[in-house]
Ligand binder design. Structure first.
Ligand SMILES: [Fe+2]
Ligand SMILES: [Fe+2]
Length: 270
């Protein structure tokens, strides 16, 4: 790909990195992990927008990228127009905060999973039930309660064609695949397969939640209008009403297991 710096902004990131591998390193220096992304069709300019670096850091990064794309460039890199905070405040909006609070419970469960794999004996009724209770937390809390809020409500405020949303939906589907595999393994009393998919689920969700908390949610929060934030808050409240006391019961399943085994919540879930 031979192009100017300005034109490279409108190219998919995988193509830009393929043509100029040092750009992958530069993005990595700013904690932007596009090299490892499985999709890679986001445009370079959208990636810069989504990550919303501090202005000085963004300028530094863009100048380094410009020097790679156009080694002899003398023209200054124009400052990108930054979107203001649509909610009028730098803090996180209430509905997004709610999703982040749910993340903390999912992370607490993910932290318990290695202990479940180590301790649950599928040959006993107790071990069998423990794994099934964990599956119930994943299905009812992480998926139907939380992921459904994201897919059916939050993502609906943005274009479904956006690659970052496709990547998040793909993660949700991969998680559902692990759950199906866990249930099949439990039915067959196959502890090895159950353990493998439980641990893979925990790894996937930890990484997925990090991307949502640090990149996706802050970016969405900047774009949402106040009226949309209010509407979304009401929609989330309706979901909460629909689920009644079940989410709190499932949170207690996690909290009680931590107490029983003397395992404190992990730092990223506090
Ligand atoms: Fe998600
Ligand atoms: Fe999430």
């Amino acid at each position: 790909m031979s192009t100017s710096f300005e034109m490279s902004l409108d190219h998919p990131i995988k193509d830009v990195i393929a043509a100029h591998p040092p750009i992958g390193v530069i993005l990595g220096d700013f904690q932007i992990g596009c090299v490892d992304c499985s999709v890679g069709t986001c445009l370079l300019k959208d990636i810069v927008d989504i990550h919303h670096l501090e202005p000085e850091a963004e300028r530094d990064m863009m100048e380094r990228i410009a020097r790679v794309v156009e080694p002899g460039r003398t023209a200054p890199v124009p400052l990108r127009k930054r979107r203001p905070f649509a909610t009028g405040q730098a803090g996180t909006s209430p509905p997004i905060r709610k999703l982040m609070t749910e993340h903390r419970w999912i992370l607490r469960w993910a932290a318990l999973i290695p202990h479940v794999v180590e301790r649950a004996d599928l040959a006993t009724a107790e071990g069998h039930q423990l794994v099934l209770n964990g599956v119930e937390f994943i299905r009812s809390y992480a998926d139907q309660f939380h992921h459904a809020k994201e897919e059916d409500i939050l993502f609906g405020y943005f274009s479904p064609d956006m690659d970052i949303l496709k990547a998040m939906r793909t993660d949700h589907e991969t998680a559902r695949g692990h759950v199906r595999a866990i249930v099949a393994a439990v039915e067959q009393r196959d502890a090895t397969a159950a353990g493998k998919h439980l641990l893979a689920y925990a790894d996937l969700l930890r990484d997925h939640i990090r991307k949502e908390d640090e990149i996706l949610y802050p970016w969405m929060d900047r774009l949402l209008l106040d009226a949309q934030v209010g509407q979304m808050y009401a929609q989330f409240a309706e979901v909460d009403r629909h689920f009644g006391g079940l989410p709190q019961q499932l949170e207690q399943f996690v909290a009680k297991l931590e107490t029983r085994w003397g395992i404190p919540p992990p730092q990223d879930a506090s």
